[in-house]
Design a protein around this ligand. Structure first.
Ligand SMILES: Nc1nc2c(c(=O)[nH]1)N[C@H]1C(S)=C(S)[C@@H](COP(=O)(O)O)O[C@H]1N2
Ligand SMILES: [Mo]
Length: 414
């Protein structure tokens, strides 16, 4: 990886990689295009989203009214589209690809997909079919891009300016990683990290370490991690990482590797750019480097979805203020709402079932509002008493924004 690319956040490094790839490797591109074309219903062009840009063909099955299409590889859910169901339906879930997805032919025979498990006493390849015989667990989890909320950074970091919608709450089913590790004799001595590698085809003419999607997390994250083949009760869509995805609950999205082909227990973190210099909490103006914290665990966060600024004006009277709250690595304990820009707060009530530590909860606060303009905000508290902060933590790439002030909204009541 060159000095020049080392200074930009991972989102951009990878885009740069793709540009190089497009310039240099017609075969790889042609191969990935074939995949896209096959995935698409080519008989009719996808309808444009209400934001304008049409859905890319490989996700033409998404709900065009729910999505904001930033680019072909970055789609977010509209704030007003998050309903009151706890679970985000597949057709409304955001998409973030650091590299073009592998050919869709990889889901033709899902059970045949192989993963290489390394750094255990008896390393070996396992098919999805074999994994299915080794255990089963289901977990509801907030999948959230590290850059969700980047759009509120006044410093305008490079990368997608996500607002709230690079997140969803999804149910995953698969085998617990700890069951696989146990079946293969346990981790080798000296393991400190769990490293997952994505199954994308890499361009041939550039250093694979500069583009490969390979992330390491502390080995303790293994306890609740899954190798999942099902999302919301159906085989994981190819676009969301089918046939097999590593799920690391409580960690930001980048750590949950799609189409995983290798899971390794390692003494060191991966030396891939996405781990070494990408996804680091660098001080503003500084390059990412391995001495800075990696973007791993998520913290308490919440936002209001309704009334939303992008929906119709609100009628005076009793208004139900609704939103989602989650604790990240810890369970969410409570959430408060303010209608005066954070001067005073009232406890909101959770609605619907509690799907566990890593899920979000829907909340509601009924308030009587007279005509006027209000700044509504919310702040979550996790089970350890950590409260969502007023201010974002400034960092060069715009990661981990959980500032309640940034997520506050002005609503007009008529
Ligand atoms: N193999 C692979 N895994 C990946 C990525 C990727 O580009 N390739 N992107 C990561 C990032 S940055 C995020 S936020 C999530 C997005 O998951 P989704 O597209 O299913 O919403 O996947 C993560 N896992
Ligand atoms: Mo991400």
């Amino acid at each position: 990886m060159s000095e020049k690319t080392a200074s930009v956040p991972a989102d951009q490094v990878i885009n740069l990689g793709r540009r190089r790839l497009m310039a240099g490797s017609a075969t790889v591109i042609a191969a990935s295009m074939t995949g896209l074309a096959k995935a698409a219903d080519t008989s009719s062009a996808p309808p444009p989203t209400s934001a304008g840009k049409p859905l890319p063909p490989y996700v033409a099955w998404k709900d065009p009214n729910a999505m904001i299409v930033h680019t072909g590889n970055t789609l977010e859910t509209k704030r007003a589209a998050f309903g009151t169901s706890i679970i985000t339906p597949a057709d409304q879930l955001y998409i973030r690809n650091n590299l073009p997805a592998p050919n869709v032919s990889i889901v033709a025979d899902r059970d045949a997909w192989e993963i290489s498990v390394e750094g255990v006493k008896n390393p070996r390849k396992l098919t999805v079919k074999e994994l299915k015989s080794m255990g089963l667990e289901t977990i509801a989890m907030v999948l959230q891009c590290s850059g969700n909320g980047r759009g509120y950074f006044p410093s305008k970091p490079s990368g997608t300016p996500w607002q709230v919608g690079a997140a969803g709450c999804v149910i995953w089913s698969g085998v617990p990683v700890r069951a696989v590790v146990e079946a293969l004799g346990g981790m080798v001595d000296g393991t400190a990290y769990m490293t997952g590698t994505g199954g994308e085809k890499l361009p041939e003419e550039i250093d694979p370490k500069s583009v490969i999607v390979e992330r390491s997390v502390p080995k303790g994250a293994m306890q609740d991690a899954l190798l999942a083949w099902e999302m919301n009760g159906a085989p994981i869509p190819h676009a969301h990482g089918g046939p097999l995805r590593l799920i690391v609950p409580g960690y930001t999205g980048v750590n949950s590797i799609k189409y995983i082909k290798r899971l390794a227990f390692t003494a060191e973190q991966s030396d891939a750019a996405i781990q070494r210099t990408g996804y680091r909490l660098s001080p503003p103006g500084q390059k990412g480097d391995p001495s800075q914290p990696s973007v791993w665990e998520m913290s308490a966060k919440s936002w209001i979805n309704s009334p939303a600024t992008d929906s119709a004006p609100v009628q005076a009277g009793l208004v139900q203020i609704k939103g989602v709250a989650f604790g990240g690595i810890n369970a969410v304990r409570g959430v408060e709402v303010s209608i005066d820009g954070g001067k005073t707060w009232q406890a909101a009530k959770f609605v619907g079932p509690d799907l566990g530590r890593y899920a979000w909860r829907q909340f509601v606060l009924p308030v009587k509002l007279a005509a006027g303009t209000y700044t509504v905000a919310c702040r979550a508290t996790d089970s350890k008493g950590n409260r969502q902060p007023e201010e974002r933590m400034e960092n060069a790439a715009g990661y981990n924004n959980n500032s309640w002030r940034d997520h506050a909204m002005q609503i007009t009541v008529v």
